[in-house]
Design a protein around this ligand. Structure first.
Ligand code: AHR
Length: 540
């Protein structure tokens, strides 16, 4: 059974307990054009919202891989953010910084995509193996034209995956590499034979082959990965993927390069010409730009309320994108074998002033945390088809979990959403019917309430709630059908303003704290969901 959602913009505002229609969130218009500076706008009176949670009817399981990550050789993501080298004064294990590993381990990251991104289609894996001092350098032409030392290569990446407990997802080079190069890379990593390539790996210090469950055949082959048409790429995909083989019991899921946003033709051609017989996954890239304009994307921190609602409205487009790509996939693959793999998503703003434009370094605010939670709620709704998602990117690039400044490290608001939502990994989705007022500003409106619920294998129910409205709490009544819960606990993520951030001087401005304001009585949960907040509740 499909989850019920009637929270689309335009749905009627819910009735209050007295039966009268509640006005739309009040107080917002007064703040419409005001910059969202440090001070919190005064809270309006709570508006009523309601949820019917059908705990007696389980839907598809949330694939843990929806909480995947992406780390590219870009700016300070790999170098400094992850790799500092064995001789660094920053505490590290075999060159990989310990503080970052500890923070990432805490997220239960299921899968990590590497080495790109655009970088993948210029990457030649043989340059990144063997003694580091002998590895040839190259120029990272996409990202700042800086020198890439190749000190972080295959062994270092797979070591990182082992240190954080994530499955590797390697993206191969179709754009400027050969079929032979791709084939040999897979054999090098995964073969246990007494073969030249497996022996080369052994000579480089790794006796046992690695398990490599995911392999991407090119990245953005319509753009930086080769400027191909879908018809041409489908042919290339068939050729390259034929040689991405399973060695020594390793089972690779082959992931084809998918569409750029709403390019449905790309999905149609790939599904028709390559399809379920040849692929296990088809990717989709969609970035949220605050303005929707690549030339002036908007600031990560200095934005007003119209920019805030525009950003969230843009991110909610993910729902329609998935629906339409999935419908095409359903036609060609009714059995649902091919996963829709959203292996790049997140907010992309202008870089922080004064930083290298090629490094894509941006700050991260409460807005970004809300945006991440909205995307998770969407991914859960499409859990039958969307089997992996990889936020861009893990450290110091785009919507990062972690920012570093040499030896210093901070956790971003987005990190905290990944941490709060990890309870949903591997849990069964539960249908929800939502009744929500709209949050309106500047002629735009989006639902104020977004929610998702899952039942974990141990029987616990987790309900995650987002209130997008920056100044109006929601008085929420949640009817629990088929869940005789007796106890509720929760955590809340909010901050003084939607553009509140964590800094190296004040790293805990946006951090989760216990939420005690939910009560359970007679199968009904009631709470006031604070403005601009994310709450995850556990029901037992
Ligand atoms: O994540 C940054 C870049 O965005 C990636 O390299 C590329 O695939 C996409 O265009």
């Amino acid at each position: 059974m499909k989850p019920l959602h009637n929270s689309q913009p335009g749905s009627p505002p819910p009735r209050s307990r007295a039966g009268a229609r509640r006005p739309l969130l009040t107080g917002l218009a007064a703040h419409a054009a005001a910059p969202l500076a440090a001070a919190a706008p005064p809270a309006a009176a709570p508006a009523a919202a309601a949820i019917l949670l059908r705990a007696d009817t389980a839907g598809p399981v949330v694939n843990p891989n929806l909480y995947g990550h992406f780390a590219e050789h870009l700016g300070r993501c790999i170098y400094e953010g992850i790799w500092v080298g064995e001789d660094s004064p920053i505490p590290n294990t075999r060159g990989i910084r310990n503080d970052v590993v500890a923070a990432l381990k805490n997220l239960n990251i299921p899968v990590l995509r590497w080495p790109g991104g655009c970088f993948a289609d210029e990457y030649h894996w043989r340059d990144g193996i063997g003694p580091r001092e002998k590895r040839p350098a190259m120029i990272n032409t996409h990202w700042g034209a800086v020198v890439e030392t190749n000190h972080f290569g295959t062994h270092e990446f797979l070591d990182l995956c082992e240190q954080i407990g994530a499955a590797p997802y390697v993206c191969g080079n179709v754009g400027s590499g050969t079929v032979q190069e791709m084939m040999e890379w897979v054999e090098y990593m995964t073969s246990d034979a007494d073969s030249p390539l497996a022996n080369l790996r052994r000579a480089n210090g790794r006796e046992q082959p690695w398990k490599l469950p995911y392999f991407g055949v090119g990245n953005e082959s319509w753009g930086c990965g080769g400027g191909m048409t879908p018809e041409y790429y489908a042919g290339e995909y068939r050729r390259y993927s034929t040689f991405v083989k399973n060695y020594s019991g390793n089972k690779i899921h082959r992931i084809a390069c998918g569409a750029n946003g709403d390019d449905y033709h790309w999905t149609e051609v790939l599904m028709k010409n390559a399809g379920p017989r040849r692929m296990d996954g088809l990717s989709l890239h969609y970035y949220t730009l605050p303005t929707g304009n690549w030339r002036a994307k908007g600031s990560a921190t200095d934005f007003d309320e119209p920019a805030y609602i525009a950003t969230l409205a843009n991110t909610l487009k993910m729902d329609a994108l998935i629906t339409r790509h999935a419908a095409i996939m359903d036609r060609h693959d009714p059995a649902g074998k091919v996963g829709l793999i959203i292996d790049e998503w997140g907010i992309w703003t202008d870089v922080e002033p004064g930083t290298n434009p090629g490094f894509l370094y941006q700050q991260n605010s409460l807005r970004d945390a809300i945006l991440a939670a909205l995307n998770f709620n969407i991914f859960h709704r499409h859990a039958a088809r969307v089997t992996m998602a990889n936020i861009a990117q893990t450290v110091n690039v785009l919507q990062a979990m972690i920012l570093t400044d040499k030896e210093k490290m901070l956790l971003t608001p987005t990190y905290h959403v990944f941490e709060m939502y990890k309870v949903h990994q591997g849990a069964a989705t539960l249908p929800l019917a939502l009744s929500t007022p709209d949050y309106e500003c500047d002629g735009k409106k989006i639902p104020a309430l977004s929610a998702t619920a899952t039942r974990a294998p141990d029987g616990k129910i987790h309900l995650s709630l987002v209130n997008t409205a920056p100044a109006a709490p929601l008085a929420l009544t949640c009817t629990l059908a088929g869940a005789p819960a007796k106890r509720v606990t929760g955590r809340l993520l909010t901050a003084p303003a939607v553009n509140s951030i964590n800094t190296f001087e004040a790293p805990a401005t946006v951090a989760p704290r216990p939420f005690h304001d939910a009560t359970l009585a007679g199968g009904t949960l009631t709470l006031t969901l604070p403005q601009k907040s994310i709450v995850t509740l556990e029901l037992e």
